[in-house]
Design a protein around this ligand. Structure first.
Ligand code: SF4
Length: 293
Protein backbone atom coordinates (compact mmCIF):
# COMPACT_ATOMS: atom_id res chain seq x y z
CA UNK A 1 0.00 0.00 0.00
CA UNK A 2 1.33 3.47 -0.87
CA UNK A 3 0.55 6.07 1.79
CA UNK A 4 0.96 9.86 1.55
CA UNK A 5 1.12 12.23 4.54
CA UNK A 6 0.09 15.90 4.59
CA UNK A 7 0.58 18.18 7.59
CA UNK A 8 -1.83 20.96 6.61
CA UNK A 9 -0.33 23.41 9.14
CA UNK A 10 3.17 23.00 7.71
CA UNK A 11 6.12 21.23 9.26
CA UNK A 12 7.11 23.72 11.97
CA UNK A 13 6.53 21.20 14.74
CA UNK A 14 6.39 17.37 14.60
CA UNK A 15 2.86 16.10 14.09
CA UNK A 16 2.45 13.22 16.53
CA UNK A 17 -0.59 11.71 14.78
CA UNK A 18 1.22 11.55 11.43
CA UNK A 19 4.33 10.09 13.06
CA UNK A 20 2.23 7.35 14.66
CA UNK A 21 0.37 6.65 11.42
CA UNK A 22 3.66 6.48 9.53
CA UNK A 23 5.13 4.00 12.04
CA UNK A 24 1.97 1.88 12.06
CA UNK A 25 1.86 1.62 8.26
CA UNK A 26 5.57 0.89 7.99
CA UNK A 27 5.17 -1.95 10.51
CA UNK A 28 2.61 -3.42 8.11
CA UNK A 29 5.07 -3.19 5.22
CA UNK A 30 3.44 -0.17 3.58
CA UNK A 31 5.36 2.49 1.68
CA UNK A 32 4.96 5.85 3.49
CA UNK A 33 6.16 9.29 2.37
CA UNK A 34 5.23 12.97 2.51
CA UNK A 35 2.60 13.55 -0.15
CA UNK A 36 3.97 14.49 -3.57
CA UNK A 37 1.70 15.99 -6.22
CA UNK A 38 3.10 13.74 -8.97
CA UNK A 39 2.26 10.48 -7.21
CA UNK A 40 -0.94 8.48 -6.96
CA UNK A 41 -1.58 6.98 -3.50
CA UNK A 42 -3.77 4.26 -2.08
CA UNK A 43 -4.40 6.43 0.96
CA UNK A 44 -3.53 10.01 1.92
CA UNK A 45 -3.80 11.35 5.49
CA UNK A 46 -4.31 15.07 6.07
CA UNK A 47 -3.75 16.26 9.64
CA UNK A 48 -4.71 19.79 10.67
CA UNK A 49 -4.03 20.97 14.21
CA UNK A 50 -5.02 24.64 13.98
CA UNK A 51 -8.39 26.03 12.95
CA UNK A 52 -6.79 29.22 11.58
CA UNK A 53 -4.53 27.65 8.96
CA UNK A 54 -6.10 27.47 5.49
CA UNK A 55 -7.22 24.05 4.32
CA UNK A 56 -5.20 22.10 1.76
CA UNK A 57 -6.67 23.01 -1.62
CA UNK A 58 -4.57 21.05 -4.12
CA UNK A 59 -6.06 18.07 -5.96
CA UNK A 60 -5.03 14.80 -4.31
CA UNK A 61 -4.76 11.65 -6.40
CA UNK A 62 -5.72 8.85 -4.00
CA UNK A 63 -8.22 6.02 -3.58
CA UNK A 64 -8.88 7.16 -0.04
CA UNK A 65 -8.41 10.52 1.69
CA UNK A 66 -8.53 10.60 5.49
CA UNK A 67 -8.70 13.92 7.38
CA UNK A 68 -8.28 14.42 11.13
CA UNK A 69 -7.33 16.84 13.87
CA UNK A 70 -8.70 19.81 15.80
CA UNK A 71 -8.24 22.03 12.74
CA UNK A 72 -11.03 20.01 11.06
CA UNK A 73 -13.10 20.14 14.29
CA UNK A 74 -12.50 16.43 14.47
CA UNK A 75 -11.90 15.52 18.12
CA UNK A 76 -11.68 11.75 17.69
CA UNK A 77 -8.62 9.85 18.86
CA UNK A 78 -6.51 7.73 16.56
CA UNK A 79 -7.55 4.06 16.48
CA UNK A 80 -6.15 2.36 19.64
CA UNK A 81 -3.69 0.21 17.66
CA UNK A 82 -2.22 3.36 16.05
CA UNK A 83 -2.29 5.41 19.26
CA UNK A 84 -0.08 2.88 21.01
CA UNK A 85 2.48 2.76 18.17
CA UNK A 86 5.77 4.55 18.87
CA UNK A 87 6.17 7.63 16.61
CA UNK A 88 8.24 7.46 13.45
CA UNK A 89 10.72 10.30 14.00
CA UNK A 90 12.45 9.61 10.69
CA UNK A 91 9.84 11.77 8.89
CA UNK A 92 11.12 14.81 10.83
CA UNK A 93 14.93 14.52 10.65
CA UNK A 94 15.23 18.25 11.43
CA UNK A 95 13.83 17.77 14.99
CA UNK A 96 16.19 15.96 17.35
CA UNK A 97 13.88 15.63 20.36
CA UNK A 98 11.08 13.35 21.54
CA UNK A 99 7.52 14.62 21.80
CA UNK A 100 4.60 13.13 23.70
CA UNK A 101 2.03 13.22 26.48
CA UNK A 102 2.43 11.92 30.03
CA UNK A 103 -1.27 12.67 30.56
CA UNK A 104 -4.26 13.59 28.41
CA UNK A 105 -7.17 15.81 29.37
CA UNK A 106 -7.64 18.43 32.08
CA UNK A 107 -9.47 18.97 35.36
CA UNK A 108 -10.61 22.50 34.49
CA UNK A 109 -13.21 23.97 32.15
CA UNK A 110 -11.80 27.29 30.94
CA UNK A 111 -14.45 28.69 28.57
CA UNK A 112 -11.92 29.56 25.82
CA UNK A 113 -10.32 26.12 25.71
CA UNK A 114 -11.17 23.10 23.57
CA UNK A 115 -9.25 20.56 25.69
CA UNK A 116 -12.11 19.53 28.05
CA UNK A 117 -14.39 18.89 25.05
CA UNK A 118 -11.70 17.17 23.03
CA UNK A 119 -9.88 15.13 25.66
CA UNK A 120 -12.13 14.95 28.73
CA UNK A 121 -10.97 14.40 32.29
CA UNK A 122 -7.29 14.00 33.00
CA UNK A 123 -5.83 10.48 32.82
CA UNK A 124 -2.42 8.79 32.42
CA UNK A 125 -1.08 8.45 28.88
CA UNK A 126 2.51 7.17 28.98
CA UNK A 127 5.57 6.74 31.20
CA UNK A 128 8.34 9.22 30.44
CA UNK A 129 10.74 6.40 29.53
CA UNK A 130 8.33 5.30 26.78
CA UNK A 131 8.28 8.82 25.31
CA UNK A 132 12.04 9.34 25.40
CA UNK A 133 13.85 8.57 22.15
CA UNK A 134 16.83 6.26 22.39
CA UNK A 135 18.84 8.71 20.26
CA UNK A 136 17.97 11.93 22.14
CA UNK A 137 18.02 13.26 25.71
CA UNK A 138 15.49 16.03 24.99
CA UNK A 139 11.74 15.64 25.49
CA UNK A 140 8.97 18.11 24.74
CA UNK A 141 5.84 17.26 26.70
CA UNK A 142 2.51 18.42 25.28
CA UNK A 143 0.47 17.83 28.45
CA UNK A 144 -2.35 20.25 29.10
CA UNK A 145 -2.29 20.07 32.89
CA UNK A 146 0.29 17.57 34.07
CA UNK A 147 0.38 18.93 37.64
CA UNK A 148 -3.30 18.00 38.10
CA UNK A 149 -2.50 14.30 37.78
CA UNK A 150 -0.96 12.07 40.49
CA UNK A 151 0.44 9.98 37.64
CA UNK A 152 1.96 13.10 36.03
CA UNK A 153 3.54 14.15 39.33
CA UNK A 154 4.91 10.64 39.80
CA UNK A 155 6.51 10.82 36.34
CA UNK A 156 8.04 14.23 37.12
CA UNK A 157 9.39 12.88 40.40
CA UNK A 158 10.95 9.88 38.66
CA UNK A 159 12.52 12.11 35.98
CA UNK A 160 14.19 14.26 38.65
CA UNK A 161 17.96 13.95 38.43
CA UNK A 162 17.80 11.90 35.20
CA UNK A 163 19.93 13.02 32.29
CA UNK A 164 17.01 14.30 30.20
CA UNK A 165 16.21 17.89 29.22
CA UNK A 166 12.52 18.74 29.26
CA UNK A 167 10.01 21.35 28.17
CA UNK A 168 6.31 21.36 29.10
CA UNK A 169 5.37 23.50 26.17
CA UNK A 170 1.65 23.99 26.91
CA UNK A 171 2.32 25.79 30.19
CA UNK A 172 2.01 24.67 33.80
CA UNK A 173 -1.03 25.48 35.97
CA UNK A 174 0.33 27.92 38.59
CA UNK A 175 -2.62 27.12 40.90
CA UNK A 176 -1.06 23.68 41.38
CA UNK A 177 2.46 24.87 42.17
CA UNK A 178 3.06 24.30 45.87
CA UNK A 179 6.34 24.16 47.79
CA UNK A 180 6.35 20.40 47.13
CA UNK A 181 5.58 20.52 43.37
CA UNK A 182 8.10 23.37 43.02
CA UNK A 183 10.73 21.06 44.54
CA UNK A 184 9.81 18.32 42.06
CA UNK A 185 10.06 20.78 39.17
CA UNK A 186 13.40 22.11 40.37
CA UNK A 187 14.87 18.60 40.17
CA UNK A 188 14.21 18.51 36.40
CA UNK A 189 16.69 19.70 33.78
CA UNK A 190 14.89 22.33 31.72
CA UNK A 191 15.58 22.76 28.02
CA UNK A 192 15.01 26.47 28.38
CA UNK A 193 11.90 27.89 30.03
CA UNK A 194 9.54 26.88 32.82
CA UNK A 195 6.29 27.91 31.16
CA UNK A 196 3.25 29.12 33.10
CA UNK A 197 -0.13 30.40 31.90
CA UNK A 198 -1.65 33.77 32.78
CA UNK A 199 -4.98 33.85 30.96
CA UNK A 200 -6.92 36.12 33.34
CA UNK A 201 -5.99 38.87 35.81
CA UNK A 202 -7.14 36.59 38.67
CA UNK A 203 -4.06 34.49 37.93
CA UNK A 204 -1.60 37.29 38.79
CA UNK A 205 -1.50 36.76 42.59
CA UNK A 206 -1.44 33.00 42.00
CA UNK A 207 1.53 33.35 39.68
CA UNK A 208 3.28 35.64 42.13
CA UNK A 209 2.95 32.97 44.83
CA UNK A 210 4.02 30.17 42.44
CA UNK A 211 7.03 32.23 41.40
CA UNK A 212 8.09 32.60 45.02
CA UNK A 213 7.88 28.81 45.48
CA UNK A 214 9.82 28.13 42.26
CA UNK A 215 12.59 30.59 43.16
CA UNK A 216 12.78 29.19 46.67
CA UNK A 217 13.16 25.71 45.21
CA UNK A 218 16.14 26.90 43.17
CA UNK A 219 14.70 27.61 39.71
CA UNK A 220 16.39 30.66 38.16
CA UNK A 221 14.15 33.67 37.51
CA UNK A 222 15.51 33.88 33.95
CA UNK A 223 13.73 30.59 33.20
CA UNK A 224 10.25 31.90 34.04
CA UNK A 225 7.97 32.49 31.07
CA UNK A 226 4.16 32.82 30.75
CA UNK A 227 1.48 32.52 28.08
CA UNK A 228 -0.86 35.51 28.10
CA UNK A 229 -4.25 35.00 26.45
CA UNK A 230 -5.27 38.21 24.67
CA UNK A 231 -9.04 38.78 24.58
CA UNK A 232 -9.45 42.26 26.01
CA UNK A 233 -6.24 44.07 25.03
CA UNK A 234 -6.28 46.53 27.96
CA UNK A 235 -6.60 43.64 30.42
CA UNK A 236 -3.84 41.67 28.67
CA UNK A 237 -1.65 44.79 28.77
CA UNK A 238 -2.00 45.01 32.57
CA UNK A 239 -1.09 41.31 32.91
CA UNK A 240 1.94 41.68 30.64
CA UNK A 241 3.26 44.63 32.67
CA UNK A 242 2.65 42.82 35.96
CA UNK A 243 4.48 39.72 34.69
CA UNK A 244 7.38 41.81 33.50
CA UNK A 245 7.59 43.42 36.96
CA UNK A 246 7.78 39.92 38.45
CA UNK A 247 10.70 39.11 36.12
CA UNK A 248 8.62 36.69 34.02
CA UNK A 249 8.88 36.77 30.23
CA UNK A 250 5.36 37.08 28.75
CA UNK A 251 4.26 35.51 25.47
CA UNK A 252 1.01 36.87 24.03
CA UNK A 253 -1.49 34.59 22.32
CA UNK A 254 -4.44 36.32 20.61
CA UNK A 255 -7.73 34.62 21.37
CA UNK A 256 -9.19 32.64 18.49
CA UNK A 257 -12.83 31.74 18.63
CA UNK A 258 -13.23 28.16 17.39
CA UNK A 259 -16.39 29.09 15.51
CA UNK A 260 -15.82 32.69 14.42
CA UNK A 261 -12.14 32.56 13.55
CA UNK A 262 -9.64 35.39 13.36
CA UNK A 263 -8.45 37.69 16.18
CA UNK A 264 -8.87 41.44 15.72
CA UNK A 265 -6.10 43.61 14.24
CA UNK A 266 -5.53 45.15 17.67
CA UNK A 267 -5.10 41.75 19.33
CA UNK A 268 -2.62 40.74 16.63
CA UNK A 269 -0.67 44.01 16.93
CA UNK A 270 -0.51 43.62 20.70
CA UNK A 271 0.89 40.10 20.32
CA UNK A 272 3.52 41.39 17.88
CA UNK A 273 4.51 44.09 20.37
CA UNK A 274 4.91 41.58 23.23
CA UNK A 275 6.55 38.78 21.29
CA UNK A 276 9.12 40.84 19.38
CA UNK A 277 11.55 41.15 22.27
CA UNK A 278 13.59 44.19 21.14
CA UNK A 279 10.34 46.12 20.53
CA UNK A 280 8.85 45.00 23.84
CA UNK A 281 11.99 46.02 25.74
CA UNK A 282 12.33 49.44 24.10
CA UNK A 283 8.86 50.77 23.37
CA UNK A 284 5.62 51.21 25.35
CA UNK A 285 2.43 49.64 23.95
CA UNK A 286 0.80 53.07 23.59
CA UNK A 287 3.71 54.30 21.43
CA UNK A 288 3.76 51.11 19.38
CA UNK A 289 0.01 51.36 18.81
CA UNK A 290 0.28 55.04 17.75
CA UNK A 291 3.16 54.26 15.36
CA UNK A 292 0.89 51.87 13.42
CA UNK A 293 -1.73 54.52 12.65
S1 SF4 B 1 -6.33 24.64 32.47
FE1 SF4 B 1 -5.47 24.85 30.39
S2 SF4 B 1 -5.92 22.92 29.37
FE2 SF4 B 1 -7.22 23.00 31.19
S3 SF4 B 1 -9.17 23.84 30.43
FE3 SF4 B 1 -7.94 25.58 31.20
S4 SF4 B 1 -6.82 26.34 29.41
FE4 SF4 B 1 -7.60 24.29 28.90
Amino acid sequence: MKVGLISVDGRHFPNLALMRLSAWHKQRGDDVEWWCGFTRYDRVYLSKVFTFTPDFDTVIEADEIVTGGTGYKDYRNLPPEVEKTAPDYSIYPQYPWAVGFLTRGCVRHCPWCIVPQKEGWIRPAADWEDIKRPDSREIIFLDNNVLASDFGLEQIERMGGENVWVDFNQGLDARLITPWTAELLSDLRWKRFVRLSCDTSEMLPVIEQATAYLLEAGIAKSRLWAYVLVKDVADAHQRVLALRNMGILPFAQPYRDFEKGEPTEEQKAFARWVNRRPVFQSCAWEDYRKSRR
